[in-house]
Design a protein around this ligand. Structure first.
Ligand SMILES: [Zn+2]
Length: 308
C-alpha cells in the first residue's frame, strides 16, 4: 500500500468535476454564514466554476463544531449534553437531533473509507458477539434483542471488522468474517471464538481449504469458558471498553440503520481516535503504519480522506 499522508492542506488534488482537467486556478471565495470562507475554483479548460465537497458541503455548521460533537459523543457525552455544551460556546445553537444526525452521517462517511483499509495483523483474531437492546417503537414498550458481532487482532488491538445485526446466525457471522478475511488475509492463521456452534461452518467456509496444506486455511480455536478453558481475554477487554463507552446510548432508539451507523462510529473511535491503554497508541498506528494522520483532529483528517 502506498503511504497516505494527510494534512489539512494537501489532502486533495483538485480536478474539474465537469471535465476532469487539472488546469484549475483559485478564483476567490464563497462566504458562508457558519463555515467561513470557502475556496472557489475555476477550470481553464471548460470555464466551470466550482467548490469542493470536503465532507461539509451544504452543512450549516463549522467542521470544527461538527467533529467536536462526534468526539464528545464517542467519549461518552449524550447528544443532549453536547447540545447544552454548544449552547454556551456557539452563537448558532444546534438541536440534539442535529448532533445525532451528524454522528450517523459522518460515521457512515468515514467507514466507507476505513472499511477498505487492509491491516498488518498478527496471527490471531478473536471474534465474539455482544447483546444489545433497541426500542423499536417509542410509544410502546417494544424492545428488540439484537447483536453486535465484533473481532479484534490480538497483536495490534485493531478491530478487524464488526457490525450491528438483528440476529446472530451464520449469515451475519459470515458478513463479519468476510471483513476480517479482507483486512487480514496473508497474516492471520487462527480465528478464536467461543463455543457458539454457528461459528464452525462459517470459519471453514470463509477462509476455505488450502491444497498445499491439505487442510483448512485457518485454524479455528474454540474456547469454551464453561469448561474452564479460560476467556478470550483480548475480546473480553474490548467488550468492556465498548460497554463503558456505549452505556450512555441507553439502548438504541430509532432505526436499525442508525444503530448500525453509531456502532460503525464506535469502531472508528476505537481504532483511530482513542489511545489504547495497553499499547499506549491508537491501534491503527500499529496495524496501518503507512497511514499518517497529521492533524490532531483525527476525525477531520479521516473525513478529508474519505472525500479524497
Ligand atoms: Zn473543466
Amino acid at each position: 500500500m502506498k503511504s497516505i499522508k494527510v494534512t489539512e492542506k494537501n489532502y486533495k488534488k483538485v480536478l474539474c468535476p465537469n471535465c476532469n482537467s487539472k488546469k484549475i486556478i483559485n478564483r476567490g471565495f464563497r462566504k458562508t454564514e457558519n463555515r467561513g470562507k470557502i475556496q472557489r475554483y475555476y477550470c481553464k479548460d471548460c470555464s466551470h466554476r466550482f467548490v469542493i465537497d470536503d465532507g461539509f458541503f451544504r452543512m450549516r455548521n463549522h467542521p470544527k463544531k461538527i467533529t467536536c460533537a462526534l468526539d464528545l459523543f464517542y467519549r461518552g457525552v449524550s447528544t443532549r449534553k453536547v447540545q447544552e455544551h454548544f449552547k454556551a460556546f456557539y452563537p448558532h445553537n444546534s438541536s440534539h437531533k442535529s448532533v445525532y444526525k451528524w454522528v450517523i452521517k459522518y460515521s457512515d462517511m468515514i467507514s466507507d473509507f476505513t472499511d477498505k483499509l487492509k491491516i498488518n495483523s498478527g496471527k490471531e483474531i478473536q471474534v465474539d458477539e455482544m447483546e444489545y437492546h433497541r426500542r423499536t417503537n417509542p410509544t410502546k414498550k417494544g424492545v428488540s434483542k439484537e447483536w453486535f458481532i465484533d473481532s479484534v487482532d490480538c497483536k495490534t488491538r485493531y478491530m478487524a471488522g464488526s457490525k450491528y445485526f438483528k440476529s446472530r446466525g451464520q449469515k451475519e457471522i459470515r458478513e463479519v468474517m468476510n471483513k476480517v478475511k479482507y483486512k487480514t488475509e496473508g497474516y492471520v492463521t487462527t480465528i478464536t471464538t467461543d463455543g457458539y456452534t454457528a461459528y464452525e461452518d462459517v470459519v471453514k467456509k470463509t477462509f476455505g481449504w488450502n491444497n498445499k496444506k491439505q487442510g483448512y486455511a485457518i485454524r479455528h480455536n474454540k474456547v469454551i469458558a464453561s469448561k474452564g478453558e479460560g476467556f478470550n481475554i483480548m475480546i473480553e477487554r474490548l467488550h468492556n471498553s465498548i460497554r463503558e463507552r456505549t452505556k450512555t446510548f441507553r439502548g438504541f432508539h430509532g432505526s436499525i440503520e442508525s444503530a448500525q451507523a453509531i456502532m460503525k462510529g464506535y469502531e472508528i473511535f476505537y481504532n483511530f481516535i482513542r489511545k489504547h491503554q495497553a499499547i499506549k497508541k491508537c491501534p491503527y498506528e500499529l496495524a496501518i503504519p503507512e497511514l499518517i494522520l497529521t492533524s490532531e483532529n483525527k476525525w477531520l483528517g479521516l473525513i478529508r480522506l474519505s472525500k479524497a
